[in-house]
Design a protein around this ligand. Sequence first.
Ligand SMILES: NC(=O)c1ccc[n+]([C@@H]2O[C@H](COP(=O)([O-])OP(=O)(O)OC[C@H]3O[C@@H](n4cnc5c(N)ncnc54)[C@H](O)[C@@H]3O)[C@@H](O)[C@H]2O)c1
Length: 379
Amino acid sequence: MPIRISVPKETTPGERRVALVPDVVKKLIPSGWEVLVEPGAGEAAGFPDADYVAAGARIEADPAKLWGSAAVILKIAIPSVEETARLPAGAIVVALMNASRNLDQVRALQARSVTAFALELIPRITRAQSMDVLSSQATVGGYKAMLIGADQVPKFLPMLTTAAGTIRPAKVLILGAGVAGLMAIATARRLGAVVEAYDVRRAAGEQVRSLGAKFLELAINAEGQGGYARELTPEEKVQEKVMVAKAVADADVIVTTAAIPGRRAPILVTREMVEGMRPGAVLVDLAAESGGNCELTRPGETVSVHGVTLVGPLNLPSQLAYHASQMFAKNLQSFLSLLITPEGALVTDAADEILAQSLLVSGGQVRHAPTRQLLEGGA
Ligand SMILES: NC(=O)c1ccc[n+]([C@@H]2O[C@H](COP(=O)([O-])OP(=O)(O)OC[C@H]3O[C@@H](n4cnc5c(N)ncnc54)[C@H](O)[C@@H]3O)[C@@H](O)[C@H]2O)c1
C-alpha cells in the first residue's frame, strides 16, 4: 500500500510557493508514496493542476479527504490552528515551523497528537545538505534582494564606456556573507558591480574573495556552533561599527543578511550611518523578518530617508516562487527518504539524527527544548 502524502494550498497571505512540484511527485511515486494535491496549490508558483496529474498525483478538492486521509502533510509554512484541527491523530506534518514565532500553532499541533518536523531544525551536517531548506530558500532570497537593489538604485551597476561618456561601476556592499550574502555577491558581480562584503566569521573571507569581491576584515572571528555566528562582545561591536560605517558611506547598494539563529538580527547600520549614505543609495534588508540589520528598516515596507531608499522585504523566496518551490520540493524529497523504510512502511521512531533534531512535536509533547521553554514561559 503506498503511503499517502497531501499537499495543501498555502494560506499565509502573500505566500506563492508550494511544497511539492510535479517533477518531484513523479520521483516520489515509484518510491512508495501516493500524492494528493489541493486544486490550485501550485498555480501561483507556475505549476498547474494538470502537471500534477500528469506526474501521477490526484487533485483532491474535498478538504476533509485531503487533510483527513493523509499519513504525511507537506507544507511550506506551519499549519494554522484551523488547519491543524483537520489533521488525523498520528499524522506527520513537515514544514518550516518557525516555532518561536508561532507558539499558538505549536500548541495546536501538540494538542492534536500529531508528529511535526520543523525543516529549519535540520542539523547542518553533510548528510543533510540536500534537505537544507534554509540554504535553498536563502539562495533565492539573496539573489532577489540584489535584484531589488539594482532595480531601485538610480545608477548602472556595470562600468560602461559609451559615446555619452564613461560610467563608473556601482559599489555594492554585502553585510553577512552566509548563503544569502554569497548569492547576493555572485549576482552583483554578474551585473558588473564592484563588491565588498563583511561577515563576523573569518571563514567567509575565502568564499567572498573566490567570488571576486573584497572581504572587509576585523581582527575578530565570531564563528560559533555549527558554522553559525555567535553574538559579538560590546568591544567587538565598537570595532565593527567603525569599519561598517566607512563602507556604508561609500556604497550605492547595500544588501544586509546578518542573522544569529533564534535571536533578533544584529543592528549593523544605525540611523547615523543612514544619514551618512550617498543620496540615491539603496539598502535592502534581508533580515527585516527578524527585526532588521538597519535601525530604520520597516519590515514589509520601502521607505525613503534623507534621499536613501530602505527596503524591508518579507518572504522574498515567495517572489521567485517557481524555483523556490522546486528547490523546497527537492529538499523534501530527500527528507522523505528518511521517513520510509526499505519495505515501504513509515518509520515509527525518530532514531535518525536528522529526524531526532528536527522533531518539534510528537506524542502530545513538544520535543524541541527551546520551544518548550518558550511555551512554559507563557510567551
Ligand atoms: N550543511 C552544512 O554544512 C551547511 C549548510 C548551510 C550553511 N552552512 C554554513 O553555515 C554558515 C551560516 O549560514 P547561513 O547563511 O544560514 O547563516 P545565517 O542566515 O544564520 O546568517 C547569515 C550570515 O550573517 C553573519 N552574521 C551574523 N552576525 C553578523 C554580524 N554582526 N556582522 C556580520 N555578519 C554577521 C553570519 O556569520 C552568516 O554568515 C555558513 O558558513 C554556511 O556555509 C553549512
